[in-house]
Design a protein around this ligand. Structure first.
Ligand code: MG
Length: 335
């Protein structure tokens, strides 16, 4: 019964999780929240993570009721993500592995989201929509790889939402996307925005530029409210995501869809995906904010699969990489 400790810190969340044989024993997390109108920069984010990571480690072990002796392997996020935060967290994982004499595992962050989604929902072979502040991909498993069927060709959907929140000076607490979602519920008017699906891929940078350009004028003239703009942006970008997910499901003959990543806890996105799935006779799987937003347990869970399949990361290869594509990893733990 291997118990795996997982460290995640590729963006503005820092998490330490413990997973033992499919059971999440602990999963504490902290978020670096910046003032309205601003984003998070790599250096400051890394300082935040360094300041809290050892407290989180202690918290995770206490909550799990385990000591270092009970841990069989230490997993950490190798990438993709922001350089400075990734490095800060990897240094701690590497140090603990040496102090405690445990094997190390460098984990692909995107694959960790998928494995966590599969664990929590019980979806066996889903078409995956992975949507967050840094990533937007439609993924399906085939022949020992998580293959990318479609993706953003510029910024991630979550980045588009986060940056629009800065235009409106919406609070980043608990997250800009959550606050946009609440405002969108009060939106009444659909403002037409560019709709940019290109084959299996999507693009969000033009939509962001467009809405950034028109916001001040439309609000000044009273043509629409900030709530209408939140509503319109969500409806447009989510429709694009549902479209490419449906096309991938049709191609794969898939009867399961799984949403992972921080944007995946948006209830309006889940509702639109549910409608699409019902029309196809398929099932939708999604998780709540504990598991779809970046967390340590997802790194522990992917690490657990890799550990059992015999993977180990030698110290000499225990670095990080800002670019690490989902389909680079050979998925030896699945048939
Ligand atoms: Mg993520």
């Amino acid at each position: 019964m291997p118990a795996v400790l997982g460290f995640e810190g590729s963006a503005n969340k820092i998490g330490v999780g413990v997973v033992r044989d499919g059971v999440v024993l602990a999963n504490p997390r902290r978020t670096y929240v910046t003032p309205p109108g601003t984003g998070f920069l790599p250096g400051a984010t890394a300082r935040h993570h360094r300041a809290v990571i050892l407290d989180l480690l202690q918290e995770a072990l206490t909550e799990a009721g385990l000591t270092s002796k009970d841990i069989d392997c230490i997993a950490y996020t190798k990438g993709p993500g922001m350089g400075a935060p990734l490095v800060s967290v990897a240094v701690v994982a590497r140090t603990m592995a040496q102090l405690w004499n445990k094997p190390l595992l460098g984990v692909n962050h995107c694959i960790a989201h998928i494995e966590m989604g599969r664990l929590i929902t019980g979806a066996t072979n889903p078409t995956v929509l992975y949507v967050s502040g840094g990533n937007t991909q439609v993924i399906a498993y085939s022949e020992h790889r998580y293959r990318i069927f479609g993706e953003t060709i510029d910024i991630a959907v979550g980045n588009c939402l986060d940056r629009f929140a800065r235009v409106l000076k919406i609070s980043n607490d608990p997250s800009p996307g959550y606050n946009i979602e609440q405002m969108a519920k009060r939106g009444k008017k659909l403002v037409e925005l560019p709709y940019t699906v290109k084959g299996m891929d999507v693009s969000f940078s033009g939509i962001l530029s467009f809405i950034e350009d028109v916001t001040q004028r439309m609000l000044a003239t009273g043509e629409c409210t900030p709530e209408d703009l939140c509503f319109s942006l969500q409806e447009t970008v989510f429709a694009m995501l549902v479209e490419i997910t449906e096309r991938a499901m049709a191609h794969c003959g898939s009867q399961e869809a799984l949403i992972v990543g921080g944007v995946g806890c948006n209830m309006r996105l889940q509702e639109m995906m549910e409608t699409m799935c019902q029309e196809r006779g398929a099932r939708l799987f999604a998780t709540d904010e504990r598991f779809c937003i970046d967390n340590g347990a997802m790194i522990a869970q992917a690490g657990w699969e890799m550990f059992r399949a015999g993977h180990r990361t030698p110290l000499s290869e225990s670095g990080v990489t800002q670019r690490y594509r989902t389909d680079e990893v050979e998925v030896t733990w699945r048939d």
